[in-house]
Design a protein around this ligand. Sequence first.
Ligand code: FMN
Length: 319
Amino acid sequence: MRLRHSKVRRSSPFPDAPTFNPWLIASHTMEEISNQATQVGFMTNQLRRSQRDFDPARDIGEQFLANTVFHPWRAEWVSSAAEYFSSYLGPVTALSGSESQNTRARVVLPEPHQLDMSLSAVLANRKSVRRFSGDPMQFDDLATICHAVAGITHSTTSHPIDGGDEYEVRCRNVPSAGGLYGVDCYIFALNVRHVKSALYRYTPHYHALDELAIDQSVDTLFQCFSGSEATGLNVDKLALVIAYVGHPQKVVRKYGARGVRYLLLESGMMAFSANLAATALGYGILDYQSFLEDRLRTMVQIADKPQYILHMQLLGWPA
Ligand SMILES: Cc1cc2nc3c(=O)[nH]c(=O)nc-3n(C[C@H](O)[C@H](O)[C@H](O)COP(=O)(O)O)c2cc1C
């Protein structure tokens, strides 16, 4: 009997494939493990040249992006994420945004308005406003804007992977990575009908404003704005200021440093929702990053906490 020898057919990247280049295996593997050559532990000249040499002081923003690229196959990502679907952590995170704070009083807000301007018209009319009339905001308009930013609109049922009791996650107008809701919405009511001029946190679970036990003058708030005169902004005529406060700890445990990207995205989406609602109601709104964050964090008493003011918006009737 004659033995027939047939050639084993292999597909790329085995050595008999025409496109095989053994020197590319190592560098491709390393590129996928990390784009930071210093973390690889094995270096080729080709790989070394493909790396940017980041200066931590100068390039920290870009370095943050480079270091937070998504790597779903990393063991720490899978193991960190899994416990968020368990019966001991899942129900806790579902209550995000309702943590107790040092508050004085709760102002329950009225039901939000139906916005009756078409989306096309809202998008066409949205623009930054810097001159305000000083007229007061209506109480139910404040409720409508808060609802647009962080109001609860629907819920989903979660089934823990360990077989524990199912629980409800109350979801909002604006999406949130993993439903963790790591951005709180602080409201400085400066001139709103029926609302005491004070600093509040919007609590979505109760559709309420919790007045924070913080005594600060409006002048202290205005001192947190930088360069407002140069842009023609008349802060003394504002009705409302919204501050978006990010809690990195709510997201980095699950997502690592990449979670900080999600906080920035979410505050942007919340802020745009405020743009839509304010425009539909006829108010002027300005997205405002020229605030003195250190001063403002001290003012709202989060300077010693791992919480950061990601964004601000100024609202009032246009002049
Ligand atoms: C993230 C962000 C930060 C901003 N910060 C300021 C600011 O500090 N001061 C200001 O006057 N305008 C600020 N703006 C408003 C922009 O200047 C404005 O959106 C831009 O000039 C385009 O004009 P428009 O909004 O009318 O379309 C900011 C806008 C964004 C999105």
